[in-house]
Design a protein around this ligand. Structure first.
Ligand code: UDP
Length: 452
């Protein structure tokens, strides 16, 4: 009870006990057991960015919760300055989704060199009682090199998942596998993402915090402005639209990094078809595509290029269509501002789309489900596991997904009530199974297994 101080994350769950009763009982029971095993060990989460993307989104409240439960948990960011480091890891990320990438071998020495320096930094920071949770491939080799000379218990949490085996994908898993011998456990988002390895694998799906500034309920006028957004009127860009103006309009929403796998081009094509074919009254529904300001995101070197591709796609739309499209670039420098902008956009959206070509798990889809929004997704493997067609949202199959999405936009524009039951189910299901407290007992299990 000592940890239930006002303002704590745990206190929010306790205050809303009616939603979380059983989960809280299990959380407190398992925390008691875990304390004996973990004791005063320091658990270090290491990833490569503080802002943008699912991992940075999940860690703050996950860490807060564990600290409030009495564990010593810290967060370390391994973010080498060398551009080639992130070019390599982005290429690796694409290859793990079976996208053939040139130049991976040329970039490898930069990755290895930065990782070697990272290992030396870890020697300086990690004490003998440390326990490492390494997120994704970026810090993996630095951690593996450190662990080689300084054995510590460690988990590799890989958020990337691809359910098919192909020569390209296998080659990358084989490469990463070389660095996994020092780890006691691997955590993946789904069992279908398992690859050949001797290290035992645990499955823990990603989860959200209902009380983060992203997911909380917003009232009153927005306190944030949009400094770097683009809207299209004639051939020239219009001045940045105000957030309040966007929130006051009716719009479909897509939120993601600027990345080809996220299928932003498909949303734009679908919207084009929707506006061209829709009835006059449906015209008033706009399209908002929101993502991190590409200039702010050092760990995603493709972001700028892909953003420019999206701008080009929009300028090629007819004037009638493009003047209804907003590309919202959100600064990643202010975490709370980003969270408020995305949270408000999600809260006011008329429907949320995620037409990713590949997706291991789409946190943005869960955020929209949690808000009880109509959610329309592609049949990318991870999204299909989050959304059950007709139950909590709509899943669109390939091919011709743009046509199907356009049809769905039309349906949403004129017949919103069809989604009411689905939205209710979506929210209830998220409260039960997608909040961070529901996953913490699974984390205890993995940590305890790694220690035993
Ligand atoms: N996000 C954000 N600002 C943006 C774009 C995305 O805060 O401009 C957040 C989004 O709300 C979600 C996470 O970044 O929490 C993206 O996670 P997801 O699993 O959808 O994709 P990833 O980037 O991890 O591939």
């Amino acid at each position: 009870d000592e940890v239930l101080v006002e303002g704590s994350v745990l206190a929010h769950y306790v205050a809303e006990r009616n939603h979380y009763d059983e989960l809280l009982d299990e959380l407190f029971r398992s925390s008691g057991e875990a304390r004996h095993m973990i004791g005063s060990r320091c658990i270090w989460h290491i990833n490569s960015t503080a802002f943008g993307g699912g991992v940075a989104e999940m860690l703050p409240h996950h860490i807060c919760l564990l600290r409030e439960l009495g564990f010593d948990v810290r967060w370390l960011i391994f973010k080498p300055k060398e551009e080639q480091f992130f070019q390599f890891t982005k290429a690796l990320h694409n290859s793990l989704h079976d996208v053939n990438v040139a130049g991976l071998n040329d970039l490898l020495p930069h990755y290895l060199e930065a990782s070697q320096k990272g290992a030396a930094e870890l020697e300086r920071i990690i004490r003998p009682d440390g326990f490492l949770v390494i997120h994704d491939p970026q810090p993996l080799v630095a951690a593996a090199k450190f662990l080689e000379s300084h054995p510590h218990p460690a988990i590799w949490r890989c958020h990337i998942g691809y359910p098919k085996r192909t020569p390209t994908v296998d080659e990358i898993w084989e490469f990463l596998g070389e660095y996994l011998h020092q780890f006691q456990r691997i955590v993946l988002s789904a069992k279908e993402y398992a690859f050949d390895t001797d290290v035992p694998i645990d499955i823990i799906p990603p989860s959200i915090s209902p009380f983060s500034s992203k997911n909380r309920n917003y009232e009153g006028p927005a306190g944030q402005t949009l400094d770097h957004s683009v809207s299209f009127n004639s051939q020239e860009f219009e001045p940045t639209p105000s957030l309040q103006d966007i929130l006051g309009s009716r719009y479909f929403l897509h939120v993601s990094r600027w990345d080809g796998l996220k299928g932003i081009d498909r949303i734009i094509a679908a919207y084009d078809r929707f506006v061209k074919s829709a009835l006059a009254e449906a015209y008033d529904t706009r399209l908002v595509i929101a993502g991190p300001d590409p200039l702010d995101v050092a760990d995603d070197p493709e972001g700028r290029e892909y953003f420019e591709k999206c701008v080009l796609l929009c300028t090629q739309l007819s004037k009638e269509v493009r003047r209804r499209v907003y590309l919202v670039c959100i600064s990643m420098k202010d975490h709370d501002a980003n969270a408020e902008i995305v949270g408000r956009l999600q809260q006011n959206a008329h429907g949320v789309f995620a037409l990713s070509r590949e997706e291991g798990f789409g946190l943005t889809a869960t955020e929209a489900l949690f808000r009880g929004k109509p959610v329309v997704v592609s049949s990318a493997f991870g999204l299909k596991r989050q959304v059950v067609n007709g139950l909590n949202g709509v899943v669109l199959d390939e091919p011709d997904i743009e046509d199907k999405a356009a049809e769905m936009m039309h349906h949403l524009a004129v017949g919103y009530s069809d989604f009411e039951e689905m939205a209710r189910t979506a929210r209830e299901h998220c409260l039960r199974s997608s909040t961070q407290i529901s996953q913490i007992p699974k984390w205890y299990h993995s940590i305890q297994s790694a220690l035993s």
